[in-house]
Ligand binder design. Structure first.
Ligand SMILES: [Zn+2]
Length: 284
């Protein structure tokens, strides 16, 4: 599933090709993805300029001239093919929507499993949209700080791993990233949020954007069949220190001459990878 860094990468790709350009041609090849496409989408977009972009959680918001926002979510398997328009090329399989600019660029939304979402609504109602209104804070914004984490976490008995995955608290932190963040912070995934100390909250608030920015810089996480906007595989998986590495030596322990293998447990139905030496178990 495309995670926040992949979505940020896709948005930047769209922005480079589309911002300031007019949409000359919009194609919708089926009635629905997860939900129906907005009615008359081509007629409502064609001839209008793309003004700006915003990412909120894993939603790409494309602001269109005339006060409309086009929302795109890649779902489980979606990707955007961005490149020069070639009228003679056969469209790829599962390409359900195409946006084309007057200066010859196109973006094709390819989504084999069709869990993606496309919506069109007034820009001034973005934050009230039913998919966006209940979202937690953006991990790459100033809203993320040890103070905001403390306000969300104090006095609660939720495991820190589960809390960081909760989209109503902080958005866009998928399973891989949360495992990596807790490893770098040296925090055991089963500790309750209420037990996390101030200094540790500062560490988490610093490490979250570090990990995401590294992933964005390397083009996203690229698990399984996710392919980048330019068709190449992303590189963050090479930066995984614990995720998917059960039974392998912990890189931090190995660097100090110790042998400790990465463990895997299941929390809320998801795999958690951690090092029992670097991430001390909760007392009791
Ligand atoms: Zn270790």
């Amino acid at each position: 599933m495309p995670e926040l860094p992949e979505v940020e990468t896709v948005m930047r790709g769209l922005q480079a090709a589309f911002q300031g350009q007019s949409l000359s041609h919009v194609i919708v090849r089926r009635a629905d993805l997860r939900w129906p496409f907005p009615a008359n989408l081509p007629q409502r977009l064609e001839g209008r300029k793309v003004l700006s972009f915003r990412r909120r959680a894993k939603y790409i918001l494309m602001r269109i001239e005339g006060g409309q926002t086009l929302l795109i979510h890649l779902g489980m398997s979606g990707r955007m093919n961005i490149g020069p328009a070639n009228p003679n090329a056969t469209p790829p399989l599962h390409e359900h929507m195409v946006l084309q600019t007057a200066n010859g660029f196109r973006a094709g939304l390819v989504d084999p499993r069709r869990f993606g979402i496309v919506d069109l609504f007034p820009t001034n109602a973005e934050d009230d949209h039913r998919l966006l209104s209940a979202l937690g804070i953006e991990p790459l914004s100033d809203a993320l700080s040890h103070t905001s984490l403390k306000a969300m976490f104090s006095g609660r008995r939720t495991p820190i791993k589960t809390a960081l995955l909760d989209q109503k608290l902080v958005v866009g932190l998928g399973n891989i990233y949360v495992c990596e963040i807790l490893f770098r912070a040296g925090i055991h995934p089963e500790r309750t949020t209420g037990s996390i100390k101030d200094a540790e909250l500062r560490d988490i608030a610093r490490i979250i954007p570090d990990v995401l920015n590294e992933a964005i810089a390397s083009g996203g996480s690229s698990l399984r069949d996710y392919v980048q906007t330019d068709g190449s595989k992303g590189g963050f998986q090479e930066l995984h220190r614990v995720y998917g590495r059960e039974g392998e030596p912990c890189p931090t322990c190995a660097a100090s001459g110790r042998t400790e293998n990465i463990l895997r447990i299941t929390q809320s139905g998801r795999s958690t990878f951690y090092c029992a030496r670097c991430q001390k178990a909760p007392a009791g």
